[in-house]
Design a protein around this ligand. Structure first.
Ligand code: Z5A
Length: 228
């Protein structure tokens, strides 16, 4: 978690970045944080965080889920571990920062569980929703950027990073189902989820994200400059 100290008294905002592996979430979150930091300097702190692993406890869960790729984890255990990571993350980081009026940029949230454990692993949506609700108490993003990319391109982008983790090792069909899950989520929740074509340059993607945020009136106060 990185904190850019700025301060302020407003309702916090929660912006999530989603997408298949290698879609560019980390890259775009960092660039968006830097851009927002410059624009919100009098008003708010910009917090960047991620799932799994946005807390000290979550880092241990992340290690079990991803780094120990040789150990067997049942699908039900995997679902509950992502839920446990999220419960701690919401309680220890996300909700407290929102309560302070800060802007939280999060790499993955509840839609990842729907896409990966639901569409990917095959869990019923009702079971996923129960775990998500238990973990979040109903907290949802104010806006989610879905960075949409062909899964083979995404896997190629991250292919040189060394030994693939447990989820990377899943079949290409699994990753296609995940992308289809995101597609259906974006169709079903158009007010919350915005599709961004991620098969473009980093700069083009960042320009579109900034443009969408400039248009998001709920994000800005009268004292915050919103013109370029
Ligand atoms: N998971 C789950 O199953 N259920 C859940 O509830 C949650 C997660 C929360 C987390 O993995 C795994 O957990 C994830 C889903 C599962 N597994 N999968 N698949 P992670 O945190 O290790 O990885 P990730 O979230 O998938 O992120 P990533 O692989 O690091 O990708 P990214 O953040 O989207 O991309 P990036 O790091 O910004 O960029 C990747 C590379 O592409 C890098 O070399 C960049 O320089 C390059 N890049 C970035 N943008 C571009 C553009 N526009 N063009 C060309 N190259 C680019």
């Amino acid at each position: 978690m990185n904190i850019y100290p700025i301060g302020g008294e407003m309702s916090g905002k929660f912006i999530v970045f989603e997408g298949v592996e290698g879609a560019g979430k980390t890259t775009q979150i960092q660039q968006t944080a830097t851009w927002l930091q410059g624009r919100c300097s009098q008003d708010r702190s910009i917090i960047t965080t991620r799932e799994p692993g946005g807390t000290k406890l979550g880092l241990k869960i992340r290690q079990i889920l991803l780094e120990e790729s040789d150990s067997w984890v049942s699908n039900r255990t995997e679902l509950l571990l992502y839920g446990a990571d999220r419960a701690q993350h919401v309680a220890a980081v996300i909700q407290p920062q929102l309560d302070r009026g800060n802007i939280v940029l999060c790499d993955r949230f509840t839609d990842s569980t729907i896409a990966y454990q639901g569409y990917g692993r095959g869990f019923d949506r009702s079971e996923i929703d129960k775990v998500n609700h238990l973990a979040t108490g109903g907290l949802q993003s104010d806006l989610t950027f879905w960075l949409d990319l062909d899964v083979t391109i995404g896997l190629q982008r991250v292919g040189g990073r060394g030994k693939p983790d447990r989820i990377e090792q899943a079949s290409v069909d699994f990753h296609h189902r995940v992308r289809q899950g995101y597609q259906e989520l974006a169709t079903n929740y158009p007010d919350r989820i915005v599709r961004i074509d991620a098969d473009r340059s980093e700069a083009a993607i960042q320009t579109e994200i900034q443009s969408l945020l400039i248009q998001a009136k709920w994000l800005w106060t009268e004292t915050t400059p919103i013109e370029d």
